[in-house]
Design a protein around this ligand. Structure first.
Ligand SMILES: NC(=O)c1ccc[n+]([C@@H]2O[C@H](COP(=O)([O-])OP(=O)(O)OC[C@H]3O[C@@H](n4cnc5c(N)ncnc54)[C@H](O)[C@@H]3O)[C@@H](O)[C@H]2O)c1
Length: 436
């Protein structure tokens, strides 16, 4: 099949590459000329495990191409994915200007039947708006499908190639057949392709992300309670997770959820609810809890340093909002940095992939080091903000010999509390009995 993907970010590049991998011809369109030039030259623009190999293979086979020219990109395509940003507007609702702008442009360009697919996360009713935007300038036949994406950064290729489910919102038989054929190679093991109407598909994506964010905030509150009641959240987590109705996954407390999806999607669903006069109370609490959780380590750090962080220097391990990605959007580490600097401290940070992106946003507000141990030089304590695997079993002797104080504040519960206490560390984590 001939496919165009408009928007070549985390979702668009994975989508385009994976569809090329199953033999389709894919042209990815982006307005960012630097990005397109890099991609054309075989330089991958995001860090995503397993993606580069597929990207290079399909680029070489010419099944995957890149352009900034929308008209040229979609000319031969029957299927056009919109993988465009839907950032929060000032009032928290999803800003549809990118999607509707491209839809209007497509209406001017289209001359024959095409299926436009909303892959971006968009509020209920967007498919109808996209339809109207195209219809302004194009009188022929076309369909708009809602096909929300559930991939997780860090395992995006696996998620795309073997999705738990594919959700397709359409009432058109023609589009339904095309979409079914397109996704068939990805669901050979029998995972469901769930067809539904456009509105339900749009809401499914927000419901999924909001539910997951709720699970995280719930566990973060249980962790806070554990600290106050002298209980251990690891035990509670294991105790509840073996109940199949609850499940073992997504029960790990930490310093809050971040990323480009959960924060904006929860906010957008609250806003959509308000617009139909419904107060989504649980989600409002989920957002409040998450805001507070991002700085959960700060009182612990302040108390250790007797409320005076002026002139203190901290090593920070982890900047990305989660491991295996270079994405720093809404990363809790950035909130920590702000709070530390505001309190008069300085920070040296290491992250295996995210440092260039952080540098673009906050520049020299902190220093960046070549490896995790270099960040410890002259530091008064170590703070951990992202659970990269390489932080899990570090060389503790090196940490002891470099840090000024044997103090670790761990926002991701990486270490065994008893073992690290035996090494003589002052160790504080989230929801565990850390300090005697
Ligand atoms: N990142 C994720 O993990 C994820 C997962 C599921 C769904 N989503 C949703 O997918 C959508 C895209 O997210 P993302 O993380 O890939 O965003 P992104 O910011 O990484 O990528 C968006 C791309 O669109 C390009 N773009 C902007 N305007 C354009 C235009 N007019 N024409 C062509 N290209 C244009 C940008 O240059 C950028 O490359 C969002 O709605 C997001 O909520 C994201």
């Amino acid at each position: 099949m001939k496919i165009a993907v408009v928007g070549t970010g985390y979702v668009g590049l994975v989508t385009g590459t994976c569809f090329a991998e199953t033999g389709n011809t894919v042209i990815c369109v982006d307005i960012d000329i630097n990005k397109v030039n890099k991609l054309k030259n075989g330089e991958i623009t995001i860090y995503e495990p397993g993606l580069e190999k597929l990207f290079l293979r399909n680029l070489k086979e010419e099944r995957l191409q890149f352009t900034t020219d929308l008209a040229a990109g979609v000319q031969d395509a029957e299927i056009i994915f919109l993988a465009l940003p839907t950032p929060p507007g000032e009032d928290g609702s999803a800003d549809l200007k990118y999607i509707l702008g491209v839809a209007e442009d497509l209406g001017k360009i289209m001359t024959d039947y095409k299926v436009l697919i909303d892959k971006s996360t968009v509020p209920v009713g967007t498919a109808e708006k996209v339809h109207a935007a195209v219809r302004k300038n194009f009188k022929g036949e076309f369909d708009v499908v809602s096909n929300p994406e559930f991939l997780r950064e860090g395992v995006a290729v696996d998620d795309f190639m073997k999705p738990d489910r594919v959700v397709i919102g359409t009432n058109s038989d023609r589009a339904r057949k095309l979409m079914g054929d397109l996704y068939a190679p990805f669901v050979r093991q029998g995972n469901p392709v769930i067809f539904m109407d456009e509105r339900s598909a749009e809401l499914t994506k927000y419901a999924a992300n909001s539910f997951l964010a709720t699970k995280i905030s719930f566990m973060n509150e249980i962790a806070r309670l554990c600290e106050l009641l002298n209980a251990d959240v690891d035990m509670v987590r294991r105790g509840i997770g073996s109940d199949e109705r609850i499940g073992k996954r997504f029960l790990f407390p930490g310093i809050g959820y971040g990323g480009s999806c959960f924060p904006k999607d929860v906010q957008a669903l609250v806003k959509s609810s308000t617009e139909v006069n419904y107060e989504f109370k649980i989600l409002e609490a989920v957002m409040d809890v998450n805001e507070a959780q991002k700085l959960h380590l700060m009182p612990k750090i302040k108390s250790y340093f007797k409320d005076n962080l002026k002139g203190k220097h901290f090593a920070l391990w982890g900047l990305a909002f989660k491991p295996n990605t270079d994405d720093i959007r809404e990363a809790p580490a950035l909130y920590m940095i702000d709070a530390l600097v505001e309190a008069g401290a300085t920070v040296s940070a290491f992250d295996p992939e995210a440092m260039p992106n952080v540098k673009k946003v906050i520049g020299d507000k902190i220093t960046y080091t070549e490896n995790q141990y270099a960040a410890l030089q002259n530091a008064d304590a170590l703070i951990i903000a992202t659970e990269w695997n390489e932080f899990r079993t570090p060389d503790f002797l090196k940490i002891v010999s470099t840090l000024k104080n044997k103090a670790i504040f761990d926002g991701r519960n990486l270490f065994d509390v008893a073992a690290i206490r035996d090494l003589g560390f002052h160790y504080e984590s989230v929801g565990r009995i850390s300090v005697k």
